[in-house]
Design a protein around this ligand. Structure first.
Ligand code: 5AD
Length: 349
């Protein structure tokens, strides 16, 4: 739907009536089926390291957080990847706290080469934050093909408040364009429900995705981490009612994103599933088409708490997901890499 304007989007995001919400989710799911079929793509998520040089006010693994730090060995990553292959998952997401030192850049390059030689037919997504264009290019040459870098919010004031200068808006946008120029499938996204964020802000976020011509979207609710500067003031107000509202707002964002961007890949995120045990499924029903089961070992996952109560700590059960998807008329795609239709179409032009 090319013609959805900012006021249209803000209005849809403000829907409170249950029936109207269901209608919105239905429209989005139908459009998804029409544009990219009734398939859900799986990505094995590996949390590589919680070492982080950034100090974002919302994040549980920020530099100043007093947590036990870990970095996986290459062998660990290869083993988790092998475990994912047993489930026929051939797309991998490697996520980590942000580091730009030479040895980290080289470690990732070497890891990519090893993963590619283990199985050449694999799609690797990186989610390793802001880097130089040269670094992005090195990792692309080593085999990475997708990159996720959330803009977090397009409200400049809010962006500055939650980053306190550790990250600059213009830099992030520049990174996104560098990634596109190199040839990556580019993903971005925001946190939903940040303090002071309005429906207009969220509408602007969606329009930003369109402006930069994103191929993939990963966005989820902001969940206060009570040990962070931004999260600590929520300790008494983040109740069941607040959570339900936030889940609904996140689902409306997914649906609006589908209606606006049509053929991109949209993730049903871990954060959504943390607030609602049926979050993954509800996200798919509202227009998302990607789920990222976590393949990191429990002992490390425990130290990768970006926010309070982060889910996925128990073993992810694919048969259960498959059953639930079948009830929605959706199936898991095991026949190809599930590249973003939006990206594939551009390649054919
Ligand atoms: N709530 C929700 N998402 C968060 N992230 C970091 N901290 C939080 C939080 N408290 C998200 C950011 C980041 C991604 C890796 O995790 O959007 O880009």
């Amino acid at each position: 739907m090319e013609k959805l304007s900012k006021p249209d989007l803000a209005r849809l995001l403000s829907i409170e009536d249950e029936n109207e919400m269901e209608w919105l989710f239905d429209q989005a799911q139908k459009l998804k089926w029409q544009k990219s079929g009734n398939k859900v793509h799986l990505r094995a998520l590996i949390e590589l390291s919680n070492l982080c040089t950034q100090n974002c006010l919302y994040c549980g693994i920020r530099r100043d957080s007093d947590i036990e730090r870990f970095t996986l060995e290459k062998e660990d990553v290869l083993n988790y990847f092998k475990a994912a292959l047993k489930y026929n998952i051939t797309s991998l997401v490697i996520q980590s706290g942000e580091r730009r030192d030479k040895s980290f850049v080289a470690f990732i390059e070497d890891l990519l080469c090893s993963l590619m030689s283990l199985k050449n037919e694999v799609r690797i997504t990186l989610s390793l934050g802001e880097q130089t264009k040269e670094t992005y290019k090195r990792w692309y040459d080593a085999g990475a093909r997708r990159y996720l870098l959330r803009i977090e919010t397009t409200n400049r004031h809010l962006f500055d408040v939650i980053h306190q200068g550790c990250s600059l808006y213009e830099e992030k946008v520049k990174c996104l364009y560098s990634l596109k120029e190199i040839g990556y499938q580019v993903g971005t996204g925001v946190m939903i429900g940040l303090p002071g964020q309005t429906a207009e802000d969220l509408a602007n976020d969606l329009l930003f995705y369109k402006t930069i011509d994103a191929d993939m979207i990963g966005m989820g609710p902001y969940i206060p981490h009570f040990g962070t500067p931004l999260g600590k003031s929520f300790i008494n107000s983040f109740d069941t009612q607040a959570k339900t509202k936030l889940v609904n707002l996140s689902l409306k964002m997914i649906a609006c994103c589908r209606l606006l961007l049509e053929d991109v890949n949209i993730a049903s995120t871990t954060a959504l599933n943390t607030l609602d045990p049926e979050g993954f499924i509800k996200g798919i029903k509202a227009g998302a088409n990607v789920v990222m089961p976590n393949f990191t070992e429990l002992k490390y996952k425990k130290s990768y708490q970006l926010y309070e109560g982060k889910s996925g700590l128990t073993e992810f059960t694919l048969p259960e997901l498959e059953k639930k998807l079948a009830l929605l008329g959706e199936t898991i795609n095991y026949s190809d890499f599930g590249d973003s239709t939006h990206f594939t179409k551009k390649q054919c032009l």
